[in-house]
Design a protein. Structure first.
Length: 468
């Protein structure tokens, strides 16, 4: 979220709508209570909206600062934003009167805005309107506290759009399914069979973002075959849609239906529009389930991504399923040679590994995105009570990609030499070649215990009764 807009409903709604539209056209993410609040307690959602936005934009119209009797939502917003040290931007209308406020008897938190820098909105030409918006944007800050940067460089967030998939990539995806299938199955089944929003729905549809092995994902959404006869409802394979590698489009068409999948060839900032086009082409009003398995760690703005995706859910309510990594939860014993800490160090070093500390944040991200309820599984994925093949699968799934990745990064090319981490990549690859056999041997040891850093759960987004 970039900006939270504060306004008086009785005098400022019109101007607020204008300013919101102008900012939105510039691709600025705006919190506006009429389209940002779902069915939960209003004050708490407002606070989360302010928390998520570095900028607090005040729409000054008659009565904005005048204290109201009883509950005064605007004043509560202002005081909370002051407490949270937000960047304040003030826009005032032609009929706003600064003298209507008894500034001398105001509390310090409010009095500071008596002579605060302001931007006046009046009837403008298109050019003047453009300059007006530019002034606001120039006054904004980013989430890092630095001046806001408009039109950030768009990047495609798919590794496989740039690099062709090879057999090793497919093996890794299958290993991930092998290691995590019971976790995925149990959580999805829990949501489908216990959440009230699905009580009167039989064939549920689903959006999967980045299904890079069609066979594996078809098995995932078939759920646990051992419990199939106990489920009253499930995920209809003909109602699965998503994004995949271009080379898999034909297979996706055969398995899930013609036109159900689109190739992952769009910039990160445009993926929502691409999915909306997919929905329009298939006459989909909204998704019952959105699967974000290992997606957010590679997204530039994960919280914003969740908010945007929540708007694509079924208007009658739906869930967003997330499984993410968090290397802070990785542990192992015994490890006399300290192999696991070294591997974690390499994962941290690899720029292409994404944010591998995101798992702990998914509960908060879902709440901030408007989820009315969040379930996080307490199941721990580990090598305990498993046979050697499974133990090796966890090892392969967590660390195997480091060898080819670091080999590529440590090759003596001009591009690699210009990378400030080049020498570290060379040393890391050298260490891996010497010690990777020991890593696999350690995982095969019957007394070795390894806990993987997977965190999974879902958020339930209920319908807004006022809108639905």
């Amino acid at each position: 979220m970039d900006v939270f807009i504060s306004y008086r409903r009785n005098t400022g709604a019109s101007l607020c709508g204008v300013v919101r539209e102008l900012l939105t056209k510039k691709k600025i993410d705006v919190f506006f209570d009429k389209d940002s609040i779902r069915s939960e307690q209003f004050p708490e959602r407002i606070k989360r909206g302010i928390d998520s936005a570095p900028n607090f934009l005040m729409i000054l119209t008659p009565g904005y600062f005048v204290k109201r009797e009883g509950i005064d939502r605007v004043r509560e917003e202002i005081l909370y934003a002051v407490k949270k040290k937000k960047k304040f931007i003030l826009v005032y209308s032609e009929d706003y009167d600064n003298d209507e406020v008894d500034w001398e008897n105001e509390q310090d938190e409010i009095r500071q805005f008596e002579n605060y820098n302001r931007f006046k909105y009046e009837s403008m030409s298109s050019r003047e309107t453009e300059l007006f918006v530019e002034k606001i944007i120039k006054d904004m800050v980013g989430s890092d506290g630095l001046p806001y940067v408009l039109n950030k460089k768009a990047q495609n967030n798919s590794y496989y759009t740039v690099h062709n998939m090879d057999e090793a990539d497919f093996l890794w995806i299958r290993a991930d399914h092998t290691v995590c299938k019971h976790l995925d199955w149990s959580i999805l089944e829990k949501a489908i069979t216990t959440e009230s929003i699905f009580e009167n729905r039989n064939d549920l549809n689903l959006l999967v973002y980045k299904a890079y092995d069609i066979d594996t994902y078809s098995k995932k959404y078939a759920l646990n075959p051992k419990t199939a006869d106990k489920r009253e409802r499930g995920i209809d394979p003909e109602q699965i849609y998503g994004v995949t590698y271009r080379g898999l489009i034909e297979e996706a068409n055969e398995v899930f239906g013609e036109g159900h999948f689109i190739p992952d060839e769009f910039d990160t900032e445009n993926y929502i529009d691409a999915v909306k086009t997919l929905m329009k082409n298939n006459n989909i009003q909204g998704f019952d389930i959105i699967d974000l398995t290992l997606i957010l760690k590679d997204v530039h703005e994960p919280e914003k991504t969740l908010r945007e995706l929540s708007k694509l859910l079924n208007p009658a309510g739906g869930i967003i399923y997330i499984r993410e990594l968090d290397d802070d939860y990785v542990d192992a014993y015994p490890d006399e040679k300290n192999l696991i800490p070294k591997l974690k160090e390499f994962l941290e070093l690899d720029e292409g590994a994404g944010n591998r500390h995101l798992g702990k944040k998914i509960y908060t991200y879902l709440i901030r995105s408007g989820a009315d309820k969040v379930y996080i599984s307490d199941e721990i994925l580990s090598t305990a009570n498993h046979k050697t093949n499974f133990q090796l699968a966890i090892s392969y799934n967590y660390f195997s990609y480091l060898l080819p990745e670091l080999k590529t990064l440590s090759e003596d090319t001009e591009e690699n030499r210009n990378n400030p981490n080049f020498e570290k990549y060379v040393e890391a690859y050298r260490w891996l070649r010497m010690n990777y056999d020991d890593v696999e041997s350690m995982f095969c040891s019957p007394e070795f215990y390894f806990r993987a850093g997977y965190i999974a759960g879902y958020g339930v987004f209920m319908p807004d009764e006022e809108l639905y």
